[in-house]
Ligand binder design. Sequence first.
Ligand code: NDP
Length: 278
Amino acid sequence: MAYIVDGKKISAEIKEELKEKVTELNKQGKEGVLAVIQVGDDPASSVYVRNKKRACEYIGIKSLSYELPQETTQEELTALIGQLNEKDEVKGILVQLPLPSHIDEDEIITSIAPSKDVDGFHPENVGALLIGQPGYVSCTPAGIIQLLKRSDISIEGKHCVVVGRSNIVGKPMAVLMLRENATVTITHSRTKNLQEICKQADILIVAIGKREFIDSSYVKEGAVVIDVGIHRDENNKLSGDVDFASVEPICSAITPVPGGVGPMTIAMLLHNCVEAMI
Ligand code: NDP
C-alpha cells in the first residue's frame, strides 16, 4: 500500500509556522496587506479568492479586495495595479486568473511590480528562478517541493518526469526539481511514447488537466506520484489527473485529490506574502 502524502496536514503545519512568523514581524512593526483583484464573477474564481483572503486573515495578514466588473478594460486594470504598486502598505498583489478574454493576461502579470508579485508569475521572478536567484516562486510547484521534503521523500539523483509544461505548473516544477538535483524530463501533448517515459520516473508529477488520464500502465512500481489536477464532476466530487484507484496499489507514495497538492498552493501563497513583509 502506498504512503498517502497528506497535503492538508502539511499545509496546516506551514500555516501555523507562518502565523507565528507574522506575530513576530508585527512585533517588529512590520505589517502586511495583500491586494486581491478579481475581474468578473466566475464562481470558481470567487471560491479561490475567498479561500485566499480567509487564509491570509488566519495568519494575520490583512487583505484588500477589488471585485471589478467583467467589462473592466485593460487600461483600467493596469491603472489599478499601477496605484497598488505605489502603495507602501500593499506588500503583495494577486490578480485572480483566468481574466476575461478581452484582457491580455501576460501584459497584466508584467505590470505587477516584481517585488509584489506573490504569485511568482512575473517574468523577472520566473527568470530569477531559472538562474537560481532569489525571487517569488509559483505557489503550486513550490508547494510540491514542500510536500516531498516534509514527507522525507528524497529528490537528489532521482529521475523526475513532469507531465505538462504550463508556465504556472509544469515549467517552474521542472526547474525546481532540477534545483533539488533531480534528473528531469519534461513531457507535453506532442511527446512521443509518453507511457514509456512516465514508466521511467522515480517521481512522476502530473499536471495535464485531463481527468484520471494517468493509470497504472504509466507508473513504475515503487514510484512517487504527485497529482496536480483538479476536476469537479456533476456531483461536486473532486478527482485528479491520476487514476488513484489504479495507481495507488503499485506506487510507493501518492498525493490524493482532494487533500494533496491543492491545499499547498494557498500555503505557499501565504509563504510568499510573509516573505513580502520582511
Ligand atoms: P494547462 O492546461 O495550462 O497545461 C496542461 C499541460 O498538459 C500542457 O503543457 C499540455 O501540453 C499538457 N498535456 C495536455 N494533454 C496532454 C497529453 N495527452 N499528453 C501529455 N501532455 C499533455 O494546465 P495547468 O498546468 O494550468 O494545470 C494542470 C492541471 O492542474 C489542471 O487540472 C488544473 O486544474 C490543475 N491545477 C491545480 C492547481 C492546484 O492548486 N492543485 C493549481 C494549478 C493547476 P501542451 O503544452 O503541448 O499543450
